[in-house]
Write a protein that binds this ligand. Sequence first.
Ligand SMILES: Cc1cc2nc3c(=O)[nH]c(=O)nc-3n(C[C@H](O)[C@H](O)[C@H](O)COP(=O)(O)OP(=O)(O)OC[C@H]3O[C@@H](n4cnc5c(N)ncnc54)[C@H](O)[C@@H]3O)c2cc1C
Length: 536
Amino acid sequence: MAEARRLKHWGWGYEDQQPAHADVEAAAAGLRAHLGFGADDVERPVALADVELRPPRIEPPRPLAEICRTDAYERAAHALGKAYRDIVRGFRGEFPNPPDVVAHPRDEEEVAALLQWCADAGAAAIPFGGGTSVCGGVEPAFERPAVTIDLRALDRVLDIDADSGAARIQGGATGPALEDQLRPHGLTLRHFPQSFEYATLGGCVATRAGGHFATGPTHIDELVESVRAITPAGVWESRRLPGSGAGPSPDRLLIGSEGTLGVITEAWVRVRERPGFRASAGVGFATFAAGARAVRALARSGLEPSNCRLLDPAEAALTGAAESGALLVLGFESADHVLGPWLDRAIELCSDHGGTLAGEPTLREPGGEGAARGDAEGSWRDAFLQAPYLRDTMVAAGILAETFETAITWDRFDDYVASVRSAAEAAVHEVCGAGTVTCRLTHAYPDGAAPYFTVLAPARRGAEVEQWDEIKAAASEAIAAGGGTITHHHAVGRDHRPWYDRQRPDAFAAALRAAKRELDPGAILNPGVLIDPEPA
Ligand SMILES: Cc1cc2nc3c(=O)[nH]c(=O)nc-3n(C[C@H](O)[C@H](O)[C@H](O)COP(=O)(O)OP(=O)(O)OC[C@H]3O[C@@H](n4cnc5c(N)ncnc54)[C@H](O)[C@@H]3O)c2cc1C
């Protein structure tokens, strides 16, 4: 099971992608100059050899030993997700809750055998995809011994139904792995969360992930046709249907189940022809509020822009996307038709709300790959994919860097964004003494939008996790008080529980607990996520 290329045990990307210390220092100096804060000394990550882990408390039975690992790399690399609080702890070599065993099943029979072993041994089982959870979804933060089930060996596209435009894909396939297998057929899943490089299909289904497209079918919910999972009570497989009114949807129970009801091994997903026509433009607005009104008009227009991201003036300036004012990054794509008329109408709608074009719009026809570098959408996309790598450098440079997101209907939009922003800003200033809270709209709906906030602040070495937890709690309280959702696409995990429990109806929580009792009678699957564990 030796790997040629290993993912970092603490941060984003592969070990060979970690820049040399001198490069981290140079980047840190640039960040300090740009932001006006950050530590003078740049820390180095604690090497794996210096990490001390609690010894494993259980041993795999002989028939499963071949697919199980208990070495330090495997346990550390599966001990945390990839939120700021995870990166900080991993960087410092702090792994308070490592799994006791990490299993790499190669087929469903091995998944079922692992669940049976966990039930017999009184251990918890944590389904693990890319480990990119940002809400404590994969950390075994509980007393019981834990077996983490890494699904990444199940990474194949098994079947393509070209007539229906659907593909059967295994749960452990990462974004690039599944796109590479769909590409020769001219197809794409077109699901691009920012964590696309490492997140898996099963993880996305389990967390109701959102892709980066702002409108149209961008949530995994809309792309799933049917799901297959191994539960402790047996196989769960829904029927492939383009639509159905036959009672509550079985898929709806598994989509968003966050590893608490079963291990998702396969899904039939809706795929589409790869787009060749693209159009994009940047539109400037004097204020975020004016830009938001244009976004609302666009979301109701039926134009369905693929990108419709509104950056507030501070975020546009900080990311170098615009020198002043708010910036709307607009994009369209199609496999079928030229997009000039769509873009023209969108620009017209923007100008009705005071928007002015920032630079020349870009139009592409089949043959060109992706958005051009240098255009508004291209620069935004580059920064989007690089941001998680930069966050590792920020940790080394003493900069607190984290995001949180929510959604709200348009009738409450302005007041809500103002109150959440001011609660977060007050907490940042109280906890860190300085810093910024910026906002962008990531997803637009006819009836509302998803504001996404980024916090950058000077971190206090050794106290970063407490600092962030305080800021996050203040922001989450404002979200709950304002009637928005505690998470638009980052899932619930363990970290969002206090606010999620207030958001969901009590009767629904009871129904979910009942479903868990049926499917997972020993309460072995991911205890503490979504609902409290109820051992049989
Ligand atoms: C830098 C960064 C950017 C991100 N951007 C986005 C974004 O744009 N959109 C978005 O939606 N999210 C985003 N996320 C959050 C995260 O990537 C998503 O939640 C993603 O869907 C997790 O996939 P994963 O395979 O890494 O799952 P993991 O992190 O491994 O697991 C997440 C949860 O799903 C469960 N799970 C995983 N695989 C399975 C399976 N096969 N069966 C059952 N349960 C399973 C786990 O038990 C856990 O509860 C981002 C995270 C980071 C760090």
